[in-house]
Design a protein around this ligand. Structure first.
Ligand SMILES: [Zn+2]
Length: 161
């Protein structure tokens, strides 16, 4: 079986941060959302409600799913990526995630907030039950491909002028 799609994806500036913040905000529930993109690059993130309101699974709110799908269809696009968070477990597809991966052409992005001070974002393709990881590069350096948080600006206090 050939590996489908690119080995790495790129996130437009601000997307890494937007996904991580959504995940942290929804904690301890799983957060979810959708991504718009072209080719190997995501250009927009749509946070959605988790209809399951569960700490261990997600169910993208049907109204949100419809709204985003229609918006993308109007531009001749499809859902590019599906995002959700793992509040207490690693950023890797669970058995349920694999079983319910109905979009073989989509990228599945998972953010672990098990350590909320060090959120980890990883991306995967899930095709016919097979999981393959895709590297994530944030164009603003957000993830640095390693899922580490963006470097925060150093406080200007202290130091000589
Ligand atoms: Zn999951």
């Amino acid at each position: 079986m050939t590996e489908p799609g690119p080995a790495a994806i790129r996130l437009a500036p601000g997307l890494w941060q937007a996904m991580v913040e959504h995940a942290l905000r929804e904690r301890p529930l799983e957060a979810c959302g959708l991504l718009a993109g072209r080719g190997d690059r995501a250009y927009a993130f749509y946070p959605t409600r988790n209809a399951a309101r569960s700490p261990t699974r997600y169910d993208i709110d049907p109204q949100d799913l419809l709204r985003v799908t229609l918006e993308l269809e109007a531009r001749g696009e499809e859902v590019w990526g599906i995002f959700h968070s793992h509040p207490a477990t690693p950023a890797y597809p669970s058995r349920t995630d694999v079983r319910l991966a109905f979009y073989p052409s989509a990228f599945y992005l998972i953010c672990s907030t098990a350590d909320p001070t060090r959120p980890v974002l990883r991306a995967f393709r899930i095709v016919d039950g097979a999981v393959s990881e895709v590297a994530v590069h944030a164009e603003d350096g957000g993830a640095g491909g390693r899922g580490s948080p963006p470097a925060s600006p150093r406080p200007s206090a202290g130091g000589s002028p």
